[in-house]
Design a protein around this ligand. Sequence first.
Ligand code: FE2
Length: 150
Amino acid sequence: MGHNSHTALIDALNGLLADLFALYVKTKNFHWHVAGPRFRDLHLLFDEQATAIFALTDLVAERVRKNGATTLTSLGAMAARSRITPQDRTDLDAMEMVRELREDNIALVTAIREAKLAAGEAGDNATEGLADDWTDQAQQRVWFLTQTLA
Ligand SMILES: [Fe+2]
């Protein structure tokens, strides 16, 4: 594995790790604060999605370690790296929450694709293979959120 492709892979995985943590917190924020006539459905949907996102963080971080590198180590480091737009409002309209999470999960699909491409360049077949499942999960979330908006 070349030096540059290895560095690019670690960078992509750590960026993805930061995005996942940020999206986990954002989805939990919406789980905690969603309001309106669809409260129960959305409260439960957001919790399911947050749980699935959180489970991915460990898999991504451990791909970094198995590649002999170090992961991000703190919330501060993750906030600095994440490309997910933070949302600190607690009074957002429920459908606005759905719309934001939909966009964020679409962005996550792109981040996963970047990590998969970097894994291919670096000859990391395991990450390449896992990335397909991460993509399927993100696309499932996008689908549920899209149908919720319809
Ligand atoms: Fe809860």
